[in-house]
Design a protein around this ligand. Structure first.
Ligand code: ATP
Length: 505
């Protein structure tokens, strides 16, 4: 629920995972910084992705292209013309909304009315209730359903025709009140481009407007020939990249779910024309497996196949996760045909093709892409890991624990001397010295051992090792497992193997 979401957000700040950008200046909207544990988790997510894509696939190679690109790139890709949101302002409240979101919310509201009607009838008729029959005969339900159908078809048409006048008229006809003041006084709808721009060059006259990339993919497309030629790559092959992207998002109120500066992990897979659907299905399955391999609830993942496709796509699906605020996109998998490479061929005047020795012909390859946001995945992982556990109801004993998959956990191992004397701290530090090249270790001697365990639970450390007086005699330690809180006596020399087995992928 929303409540859990609030707790996750608060936890992120309290334990050094995520801070608001420029917080001492009251923050900058929809921009965030990653703290001491956040940066480690983020790096581990990126490594988990990079290893699965680049190391485990012979035919996928990496790339790191620049954020700044030639302005023509965004003409060719269509971003300059079409990467925009339709915005509308309310003249009385002076609030700005996305026109499409207003209408979607309106449709949901009517849907809610229908559901209420059905719930009421269910209670009244009990087992005898037949929903289908009720929907097709109840006057109020029928009237509301007709409203939905009509609004929806006008909505889709206005979007398809990019008709902003109709979009505004629809908001007026639906009598959508401004959610804040109830006012119905709307401006025109304007298209608002999501790309940030700046100037490159030393003088204003000689300067060129350039854009911060809104996706990393274009850096891959414009390097297709470089990589294919120098790497002597044969189709099918992929290019993978992790990097920052920037979008001037308007509705940006969901913490790191929607940011103005964020990071993407994208892979473009180049295939023979005609083979794209086969590869789309391959990546669709492979990507879902990758998500589920983290070991969270399988039922919290689903596909959302698109039935309305962008003009250049011939298949598209999202991997959605059930966040505390509902099922939402984490990753997109798209079959983009030869759209991007053909556009760059046209705009650059350079031949961007593949010579296929088997077919003995040249052609523009087709592309299947997988695109996932690092930050959104970060939020997914934290939402899935956050738990409040009751340990002893009578004693009112609870703990907050991040059940992070061990390979992603920022700190793998905490080494804790039971007391601050008798050589135990030195012994603990010796253990860290041995293991620090294999795992991120943390030393902690402050407060009672119970308090220290809880602190490690809250940052998601999967293993705690306690050094006590017996350790000095027999070189054994107590290892405590985060999720079960079980404790075991083991030899110091076995620690690396025990921990390594769970931490290394
Ligand atoms: P949405 O519909 O949520 O705006 P999108 O369909 O525009 O997303 P894509 O352009 O397909 O997203 O981008 C691919 C991935 O990049 C998304 O699945 C998401 O994980 C991530 N992403 C996109 N925009 C943002 C953002 N503003 N903040 C954080 N992550 C983002």
């Amino acid at each position: 629920s929303e409540d859990v979401f609030k707790k996750v957000v608060a936890h992120c700040k309290e334990y050094g995972y995520v801070f608001q950008s420029s917080e001492i200046y009251d923050g900058l909207g929809a921009v965030y910084d990653y703290g001491q544990y956040g940066v480690e988790l983020k790096n581990n997510i990126k490594k988990y992705w990079w290893d699965a894509m680049v190391l485990l696939h012979d035919n996928v190679v990496g790339l790191d292209s620049a954020i700044f690109m030639h302005p023509k790139v965004w003409e060719a890709s269509g971003h300059l013309d079409a990467f925009s949101d339709p915005l509308i302002d309310n003249k009385d409240s002076k609030k700005r909304y996305r026109a499409d979101v207003l209408i979607e919310e309106y449709l949901q509201k009517i849907e809610g009315k229908i559901n209420k009607e059905i719930d009421k009838a269910k209670k009244r008729f009990g087992d005898a209730f037949n929903e289908e029959e009720f929907r097709s005969t109840n006057q109020r339900v029928l009237a509301n359903q007709a409203k939905i159908d009509e609004t929806h078809s006008r909505f889709v048409k206005a979007l398809e025709d990019n008709n902003l006048t109709d979009l505004r008229q629809l908001i007026i006809d639906c009598d959508i009140a401004c959610p804040v003041s109830g006012s119905r006084n709307w401006t025109e709808v304007r298209q608002f481009n999501l790309m940030f721009s700046t100037e490159m060059g030393s003088t204003a006259e000689g300067a060129n407007t350039i854009y911060l990339r809104p996706e990393t993919a274009q850096g891959i497309f414009v390097n297709y020939l470089n990589v294919q030629k120098t790497g002597r790559m044969k189709l099918p092959f992929g290019i993978a990249q992790i990097g920052k992207a920037f979008r001037n998002e308007i509705v940006a109120r969901q913490f790191i779910f929607r940011m103005r500066e964020f990071e993407q992990m994208e892979m473009q897979f180049f295939v023979q024309p005609g083979e794209e659907i086969k590869w789309f299905e391959y990546w669709k399955e492979a990507r879902m497996k990758w998500h589920k391999a983290l070991g969270f609830n399988d039922e919290d993942y689903r596909y959302h196949d698109h039935d309305k496709l962008a003009h250049y796509a011939n298949a598209a699906t999202d991997v959605e996760y059930q966040f505390p605020f509902g099922f939402k996109e984490v990753e997109g998998i798209h079959s983009r045909t030869d759209f991007d490479l053909s556009q760059h061929q046209k705009f650059s005047g350079k031949k961007i093709q593949y010579f296929d020795p088997e077919r003995n012909e040249s052609y523009v390859p087709y592309v299947v892409e997988t695109s996932i946001g690092v930050d959104r995945m970060f939020l997914q992982v934290l939402s899935a890991s956050y738990e409040e556990e009751v340990i002893n109801e009578e004693k009112n004993d609870t703990r907050v624990v991040l059940k992070l998959p061990a390979p992603l956990a920022p700190v793998k191992l905490a080494v804790l001397p039971l007391v601050k004397k008798d050589g135990l701290p030195e012994k603990a530090k010796e253990i860290i010295k041995e293991l620090r090249y294999s795992f991120n270790c943390q030393y902690d001697e402050k407060d009672s051992i119970g308090k220290r365990y809880r602190r490690q639970d809250a940052i998601g450390t999967p293993f705690c090792v306690t050094v006590d007086h017996d350790t000095m005699e027999d070189n054994t330690v107590t290892i405590r497992y985060r999720d079960t809180m079980e404790q075991e006596r083991v030899k110091i020399q076995d620690l690396e193997k025990i921990i390594g087995k769970q931490v290394n992928l």
